[in-house]
Design a protein around this ligand. Sequence first.
Ligand code: ADQ
Length: 744
Amino acid sequence: MKKLLLFILPLLIIVAIVFTVFGVIQVRFQEEKLRDDLMRKARAVAESMELSARYSLLNNDLRSAQRLADRFQLRERVQGCAIYDKEGKIVVITQRFEDWKEKEKPYIAEILENKTPRGSLETFKQYSVYSYIMPIMDDENNTVGLVEVIYDTSYVFAMLTEWWRRISLTLIILVVLIALVSLLIQWRIFILPVKQLTEWFQHFQRGDISHAHPVKDRGELGKLASEVEQVALSLRVARKTISEEAEVRLQKEELWTEGKLRDLIRAKLGENALFIVSNREPFMHVIDEAFGMPRCIRPASGVVTALDPILRACGGTWIAHGSGNADKKFTNSKNKLGVPPEDNRYILKRVWLTKEEEDGYYYGFANEGLWPLCHNTHTRPVFRESDWQMYKEVNRKFAESILEELPVKSPFIFIQDYHFTLLAKIIKEKRPDATIALFWHIPWPTPESFSICPYQKEILDGMLGCDLIGFHVQNHCNNFLDTANRLLESRVDTEKFSVVRLGKETFIRAFPISVNGYFSGNIIKVAPEQIRTIKEEFNLQDKIIALGVERIDYTKGIVERMLAVDRFLEKYPQYKNKFVFIQLAAPSRTHIKRYHDLMAEIDELVEKKNWKHLEGSWRPIIYLKRHFSPEEIAPFFQLADICIVSSLHDGMNLVAKEYVSSKRDLNGVLILSSFTGAARELTDALQINPYSIEEFADSIKLAVEMPQEEKIKRMENMRKIVSENNVYRWAANIITELTALKKF
Ligand code: ADQ
């Protein structure tokens, strides 16, 4: 529309200027004519009065002069008449114009002297009139007086105004007609074909290209349309070939790799596009506090760690909340960008939320309600009605954003986590052909725990809009089936592991999530200097190093870990000055009071315990509170002799798997809370109950003193499990399960 205006506006401005100039000339001409007309009329009246006025003045008969003036005043549009003596003093004036006498008339002396008549427009008090003054001469050509005729000019203004009105009206009609005609022409020859071509291409993007392009134009536009059609055709052929080749390759390879997953997705989904939805975006643009420049970071999130390699492998679209303070600068008009920034492998579509939406949906309902509800850590969930309303609103907003993107043919939508329990149902109402899976990254509680949620029915109902719901471990699946069975009118099929509600079946399966070997040395290479630098910076030479890597969250058992380190040093003082615990901790959800308090509690604890055990320059705890990039975390994993994961409750816990995957030299021990999902697979870790500080401290001693062969054996076993059950297998299992359940 802006462009259309740009085209029409200059045209309209030119027309308006020409028309206005023409109008001004016309009106001036008319004005001249009217004035001339006035002058002639006034002169005629004055001349008619002259003879009688001369007679009256010469005979000093002012009464007949007055009668004369009164008589002529009755003529059409004459406002008044006056007769002056030879000194220029008014001797007779029509009564209506009595106060005209008061007007200063410097021109009278001039008329008397020059003996020439004068006509002019005059204003005085409320009058705006035309005055014509004519000298009266005797037979010897001496001035005996003056006669003045005063005419009403209002009709001149009325006529001029009428003229302007007509000119403006004609101009408006002309402008509207020109605008309409040019719009029509533009629409027909330019916009309509482009619109048709865009619609046709959008259909192609969604997989529906049963017809040829609709542009009939034989000119440049037609040529462009043909070119676009050719590109579309080649793309379609290429996609088909790739999908067939993928099927063949799939049968050959054994270990799950990025390539194998790509092949599986191409073979199973073919041209059905993959859409991932999560709250946290995989790449976030934030303003660097030190330099004031925007930079791109990978958020500290298990969901991102797991899903990013999958989309890197298969392409597709990831829809997430644009929460970085510089995010808007890096998105196009459709709120999208190619990521990773240095090597665009897939599309990230950012959804914008207002502060109120983020407060209610994310901080409030999701993180103060559902998060503590699902984690058994004795933090009381808070359910506010206003948060729930925002949560529903944001789920609807995301649904709209996803629906805009979906292709016509059976799309596959993969929803992440507890932020979007209502999404599947909303999408299915509009697109029943879509296949929807939800992966629940956190634990699912028992029906008793879940039943305290006031919105339990809506949440379960929303989730059952999915075709498949995945959890990390079987226990969470069982809890979910029990919950659906007890809290909702539904039928649970214990053989098929599904829930049937209102005729719709949802399958429940366990898919233990994993990592992609990012830290295994295949992708991030750690140089020996990096290790050396860290050791020098923190004075770690000859020290036994234990490591924790976390978002600061009360479920992660960071406080318990500090207490265990303290107890370990109390119980086994021989390790003072020999043992150091490093905690990398990314602040998280800091607007929530519980998290804010936890940060303060950890700060205080670190301070207190370091002071308690302080010896020379040695301190037992190094607390690095900030976000680290994977490249920064990698050297810490490598130099750590022990990694401590002490979650009080955790869906899976990827840090444990990252540590195992990074330990190529097999020289490391994992201390792992038995309340993590990872504990089911990593049975060679030293498993602990983080609530039992005594047992925890002893496990640290066990790890420190573990014989080398045992370390190697345990680490070897764990590495085998992590590399076989990597994140590509996880995604492949979900897709295989889905395609088996649903025919594409
Ligand atoms: P999270 O609770 O985020 O994930 P986790 O699985 O441990 O927990 O993943 C955390 C990720 O953040 C890891 O990749 C880690 O490297 C990274 N990270 C940790 N500290 C960091 C720091 N200081 N700076 C930068 N990055 C940091 C949720 C569930 C888990 C589940 C995952 C995946 O709570 O139980 O394993 O999803 O499903």
